[in-house]
Design a binder for this molecule. Structure first.
Ligand code: AMP
Length: 175
């Protein structure tokens, strides 16, 4: 993977959605056929020998690379969604955000005990969303959990909020 080329393909939008946030827009990464292919190849290469049985994507930007990775890894794809979206019985995890709380859900029959799980989202900021997702997935008693992000905002030190049994990887690091 040409890391600089991938980093340059990300569009930075200042003050979106609120003042003070430097929003990293991944649509400019995905719209380029060659870059999308390079990213898919690079990500699947990282996990090809890990025995991943399910890739879990976080709504909504984790739904783009997640299924591409699942296909390459011969794994199933599982969506983690916001409340009220999944139609069958769910497990729910509530977590605190900068202002108030939020919840995420997964179908209760999504994963079997002992599976090897790769969780994917586009970006690691404080880590709150992904820690809640990891806690949700732990209910299924998986054998191993890997966590992957395309982008890591290193200054926010989100990597530090995960338990040490979870392997965290990111491709593109920004300050
Ligand atoms: P956090 O829970 O703080 O790690 O936030 C991660 C979630 O919020 C991810 O689903 C991201 O898509 C989104 N997010 C947070 N900060 C940004 C940012 N600066 N640019 C784009 N997305 C962001």
């Amino acid at each position: 993977m040409n890391i600089e080329k991938l980093k340059n393909a990300i569009r930075n939008i200042p003050d979106f959605p609120i003042p003070g946030i430097q929003f990293k827009d991944v649509t400019t990464l995905f719209k380029d056929a060659q870059i999308l292919c390079e990213l898919t190849d690079g990500l699947s290469e990282m996990y090809k020998d890990k025995g991943i049985t399910k890739v879990v994507g976080i709504e909504s930007r984790g739904f783009i690379m997640g299924p591409l990775l699942a296909v390459r890894l011969n794994a199933g794809f599982i969506p983690i969604r916001k409340p009220g979206k999944l139609p069958a019985a769910v497990y729910e995890e509530t977590y605190s955000k900068e202002y108030g709380g939020d919840s995420i859900q997964v179908h209760q029959d999504a994963i079997n005990s002992g599976e090897i799980i790769l969780l994917h989202d586009d970006l690691l900021a404080t880590g709150g969303t992904m820690v809640a997702a990891v806690n949700l997935i732990r209910r299924f008693n998986p054998r191993r959990i890997y966590v992957n992000f395309i982008i890591e905002l290193e200054d926010l030190k989100g990597r530090g909020v995960f338990d040490s049994d979870v392997q965290i990887d990111s491709i593109l690091k920004f300050e």
